[in-house]
Design a protein around this ligand. Structure first.
Ligand code: SF4
Ligand code: SF4
Length: 103
């Protein structure tokens, strides 16, 4: 029998979703609902899932929407290039996020 190991991808270091350990009950609904198999159950029962393939995440938000606990147990961390600016459709106004807010 072999042990299985995973190595976090340094380019996207497990940041596509993050868990609040004080709220997550480890029910694994998010693991089951993710169609990209980004997450895997934590071998330690009751602990937050492990982000196994962060670079496979589509940022669809299904895992966050399906969490029965809600309230920040799981949070989606959008890619940094999508956080830099956003445009108001009605006016065309562009807003930029200051770097210090993205830390
Ligand atoms: S945002 Fe979508 S693709 Fe990414 S982990 Fe959640 S369910 Fe999976
Ligand atoms: S984040 Fe929500 S859905 Fe995922 S294991 Fe924790 S409580 Fe369950």
């Amino acid at each position: 029998m072999y042990n299985a190991y995973f190595v976090p991808n340094p380019a996207t270091p497990n940041e596509c979703v993050s868990f609040d350990e004080s709220k997550c009950v480890g029910c694994n609904h998010c693991v089951e609902t993710c169609r990209c198999d980004v997450l895997m159950p934590n071998p330690e029962k009751g602990s937050p899932p492990i982000v196994l393939y962060p670079d496979e995440c589509w940022f669809c938000g299904t895992c966050v929407a399906d969490c029965p606990v809600g309230g920040g147990a799981i949070t989606l961390n959008h890619p940094i290039n999508q956080r830099i600016c956003w445009k108001r459709k009605e006016t065309g106004e562009i807003f930029r996020v200051k770097y210090e807010y993205m830390k």
